[in-house]
Design a binder for this molecule. Structure first.
Ligand code: S3P
Length: 429
C-alpha cells in the first residue's frame, strides 16, 4: 500500500485537460467489442476500470490495440462473442461486471465473471432479476460475484428499475438490443444516459416515449471513431479544490457536460463557485465544453443534497462531503444509502476520515450532516482502497493545518492515475 503525503496549499490555479470519462469509456469499449469493424477511440480513460472492460472484450474475441499515442483500436466480433478461455476478470469495476452481464447473456456460452475483494462484496442481485426475466440462468454466491452466466437466446421484457442505477439500466438495454422483441424500461430517477447515446452512436435504434425507453431486439452495431470527453467526475475533485481558495482560477478543457451528469455544476454554483462554460460542442450525443471556475467574493456557502439529486451526484458526494467543514453553513446529504455499497462504505469512511481530521458531523443510514465553519487538521487517512475516498481527502488536505498522509493512495489509479501529479501542478504552495 502506498502512502501519499498532501501538504496544505495557498491557492489553486491553472489550466488542464483531463483523461476521458470512465462511464463513456466502458460503454464505448463494450459496444466496440460487439460491433462489426474497427472502432478508434481517442482520450479513452486511463483508469484501470475501463481497461478491465477492454481486457474482457479481448477475452470475448475482440482485437484490442493500445497505441502509443493513447488511442485505442477495438476490432469487434460482429455480434459473435467467443467462449472465453477463462473467467472474465472485472477487477474493481462494478460497471464492467453489471453492464457486461447484459451484453454477454444472449451469447450461447457459459461465462464466469470475477472481481477483486471489494467487487465481490457488491450486490449483483439487481442485475440477476431483469436478466432472469429475459431467460438467462445466472448463478451468484449469496447475491455476489463470482457470477456464472449460462447464456442463450433472450426474450424482451418490460421492466421498471426499482433502484436508480445506470448500470442496471444498461445491462437491460444491452441484453434487449440482442433479444427477441422490443424491451422497454422506465426509471424511478433519470440516471446518466451515456448508454442511450452510445447505442445510437453505434447505429442502434432506441426510442424514448415520456419516461419509457424501448429498444428493439436483433440489432447489429457498426464501429465508430470517437473522442471520449474529459471526465466530469474526475474534474469534480479540482472544482471542489477551487472552492477552497478565494483567489482560485481553474480552467478544465474538453470536459463532458452531459445534462444527466452536470447537476454537479449547479451544486458548485450553489456553494459559491462562479462557473463559465465555453466552447460547447456535441459529439455522438455527448456535450463537451471548457469549464472555468473561480470563487465569488465572500461566498463559500453550504447546501443540502437529497432526493433525485443524490442519485445523480452519487460519485461526487465523497468530495462534496470532504470540503463541507470548510463551508459557511455545512452540507447535508440524504437519500444516498447507495453510497454504502460502492467500492467501500463511503458514508462510514467519509465520517471516519473527517473525524480523524478533527471534524464534527452526524452520520445517518442514508447520508451525513456536516456542519460548516470547521478548521481541519492533517491526519492519517484510510482510503479503504477506494479511489474516490483517496482523492476526496487529498482535496480536504489542501486547506488543513499540517500534513495529511493518505494510506492506500494507489487506489486513485482506478479512475484517475494522473490525479496526484495534476493536483501538484494546480496547487500553489
Ligand atoms: C455508473 C453508474 C453509477 C456510478 C458508477 C458508474 C455508470 O453506479 O456510481 O461510478 O457508468 O453507469 P450505479 O449504476 O450503481 O448507480
Amino acid at each position: 500500500m502506498s502512502i501519499q503525503v498532501v501538504r496544505p496549499a495557498l491557492n489553486f490555479q491553472g489550466s488542464v485537460a483531463l483523461p476521458g470519462d470512465k462511464s463513456i469509456s466502458h460503454r464505448y469499449a463494450m459496444l466496440a467489442g460487439l460491433a462489426e469493424g474497427t472502432t478508434r477511440l481517442s482520450n479513452f480513460s486511463t483508469g484501470a476500470d475501463p481497461h478491465s472492460s477492454l481486457d474482457c472484450m479481448a477475452a470475448l474475441g475482440a482485437a484490442v490495440v493500445r497505441k502509443e499515442d493513447g488511442t485505442i483500436e477495438v476490432t469487434g466480433t460482429a455480434g459473435e462473442f467467443v467462449q472465453p478461455a477463462g473467467a472474465l476478470d472485472c477487477g474493481n469495476s462494478g460497471s464492467t461486471m453489471r453492464m457486461l452481464a447484459g451484453l454477454i447473456a444472449p451469447h450461447p456460452h457459459t461465462f464466469t465473471m470475477i472481481g477483486d475483494h471489494s467487487l465481490t462484496l457488491r450486490p449483483m442481485e439487481r442485475i440477476r432479476k431483469p436478466l432472469e426475466k429475459m431467460g438467462v440462468r445466472m448463478d451468484l454466491v449469496d447475491g455476489h460475484a463470482p457470477i456464472t452466466i449460462h447464456g442463450g437466446p433472450l426474450k424482451a421484457i418490460d421492466f421498471d428499475t426499482p433502484i436508480p442505477s445506470a448500470q442496471v439500466k444498461t445491462a437491460v438495454l444491452f441484453a434487449g438490443l440482442q433479444a427477441e422483441g422490443t424491451t422497454s424500461l422506465s426509471e424511478s430517477v433519470r440516471t446518466r444516459d451515456h448508454s442511450e447515446h452510445a447505442l445510437r452512436a453505434f447505429g442502434a435504434t432506441l426510442l424514448r416515449t415520456g419516461e419509457r425507453l424501448s429498444i428493439p431486439g436483433g440489432q447489429k452495431l457498426k464501429a465508430i471513431d470517437a473522442t471520449v470527453p474529459g471526465d466530469l467526475s474526475s474534474a469534480a475533485f479540482f472544482l471542489c479544490a477551487a472552492l477552497l481558495f478565494p483567489e482560485s482560477n481553474l480552467i478544465l478543457d474538453s470536459i463532458g457536460m452531459n445534462p444527466t451528469r452536470a447537476s454537479l455544476l449547479d451544486v458548485i454554483t450553489a456553494l459559491g463557485g462562479r462557473i463559465k462554460v465555453l466552447n460547447v460542442e456535441e459529439q455522438h450525443g455527448e456535450l463537451i465544453g471548457t469549464i472555468q471556475v473561480n470563487t465569488t467574493p465572500g461566498g463559500f456557502n453550504g447546501t443540502t443534497i437529497s432526493g433525485a439529486l443524490s442519485a445523480q451526484l452519487i460519485d461526487e458526494l465523497p468530495v462534496l462531503a470532504a470540503i463541507a467543514p470548510y463551508t459557511r453553513d455545512g452540507i447535508t446529504i440524504r437519500d444516498a444509502k447507495e453510497l454504502r455499497i460502492k467500492e467501500s462504505d463511503r458514508i462510514a469512511l467519509v465520517a471516519q476520515n473527517l473525524r480523524a481530521m478533527g471534524a464534527e458531523l452526524t452520520e445517518h443510514e442514508d447520508g451525513l450532516t456536516i456542519p460548516g465553519g470547521q478548521q481541519l487538521h492533517g491526519a492519517q487517512i484510510d482510503s479503504g482502497s477506494d479511489h474516490r475516498i483517496t482523492m476526496a481527502f487529498a482535496i480536504a488536505a489542501l486547506r488543513a493545518t499540517g500534513e495529511t498522509e493518505i494510506h492506500g493512495a494507489e487506489a486513485a489509479g482506478i479512475s484517475f492515475p494522473e490525479f496526484f501529479t495534476l493536483l501538484d501542478t494546480l496547487s500553489q504552495r
